[in-house]
Design a protein around this ligand. Structure first.
Ligand SMILES: Nc1ncnc2c1ncn2[C@@H]1O[C@H](COP(=O)(O)OP(=O)(O)OP(=O)(O)O)[C@@H](O)[C@H]1O
Length: 311
């Protein structure tokens, strides 16, 4: 069942067309990723879903509710953790959870959330004194305090170091395991690949592709990439003719082969038949970055970012 339905969503800021006719549906129980570089229109799209912005055109429904006209009802079923959500700095962690819980008809137990998000010892700590990873865990806990059916998490690991980022990924998986449907906005391809059941690749306000991570990678790049060096002449057309092979590139002595299935087995057998010796056939992993580049001609960028606070 689709919990979120978005059709023909369009939103401009003056002359900037941030979202240009976006369609997607989010199914119950999945982690749905919206992946694209900075400025692609991700935040604008989810802010329209959350009823924070009014679309210029298009239809949005969240559990059947129209975010424009049924915002109060929507708040009871949708948890939102948006970029740069600022809390008063002197507010303590426990107070923040109690305050947010008071907004909801059927809130979660704040003590239980503190326990689940490893913040019990920080109950009396001011929000401003938390590390980056702790602040992110608190912001996810606050998005869940209303016991929502759907949670929108926007760029939740930006600014975290790799360890804090991995810890946060575990938390997101726990959220899904509680039965909450998650919309995850990110520009980190590792994050999307690791967490998401399906991903919309967004480029300049449009969806370039929407599928499972495995299908996106396999459809676009052929799925697997092998590389070897050889001083012998390779019969390229015989390699290309193999069922498993999608493409063969030869640059000097380096040969790169993309394809599917038992690609390594098929290529090594063919090289043996040709009597070609190599320095060893290496399998390289193709990624969502390859898929994004091949679809849009642009890089996702940002995946080397490691600055920021500790966990
Ligand atoms: N309030 C605003 N006023 C004017 N332009 C805006 C506003 N918010 C976003 N934009 C522009 O709309 C485009 C899409 O921005 P948006 O924030 O939705 O993208 P994004 O993919 O979420 O990127 P980021 O991760 O950097 O937030 C960008 O060109 C941005 O500069």
């Amino acid at each position: 069942m689709a919990l979120i339905e978005v059709a023909g969503l369009t939103k401009s800021y003056g002359a900037t067309q941030a979202v240009r006719g976006v369609d997607f549906e989010v199914e119950e129980g999945e982690i749905f990723g919206i992946l694209g570089p900075n400025g692609a229109g991700k935040t604008t799209a989810v802010e329209c879903v959350a009823g924070i912005r009014t679309p210029d055109a298009g239809r949005v429904r969240v559990l059947g509710l129209d975010p424009r006209t049924e915002r109060a009802e929507l708040r009871q079923v949708l948890g939102v953790q948006l970029q740069e959500s600022r809390l008063p700095e002197r507010l303590r962690v426990g107070e923040a959870l109690d305050l947010f819980a008071s907004f909801y008809r059927d809130p979660a137990d704040p003590g239980r959330l503190l326990h689940d998000f490893h913040l019990e010892s920080k109950r009396r700590t001011a929000v401003k004194a938390l590390s980056g990873g702790q602040q992110q865990r608190l912001s996810i806990a606050l998005a869940l305090v209303g016991n929502p059916k759907v949670a929108i998490l926007d760029e939740l690991t930006t600014g975290l170091d790799p360890r804090a980022r991995r810890d946060t990924w575990q938390v997101v998986e726990q959220v899904r395991d509680r039965g909450v449907t998650v919309v995850l906005v990110t520009h980190f391809m590792e994050e999307a690949e690791r967490l998401c059941d399906r991903i919309a690749l967004i480029d300049q306000g449009r969806i370039a592709a929407l599928d499972t991570p495995a299908a996106l990678i396999s459809d676009v790049s052929g799925g697997q990439r092998l590389r070897f060096r050889s001083a012998d002449a390779v019969d390229r057309s015989a390699l290309s003719a193999l069922d498993e092979v999608a493409d063969v590139m030869v640059e000097g002595r380096t040969v790169t082969v993309t394809g599917r299935g038992d690609l390594a087995g098929a290529v090594e057998a063919e090289l043996a038949r040709q009597g070609v010796s190599t320095d060893g056939v290496r399998t390289e992993t193709t990624t969502l970055e390859d898929a994004y580049l091949s679809l849009t001609g642009r890089s996702l960028g940002g995946h080397a970012e490691t600055e920021g606070a500790d966990a």
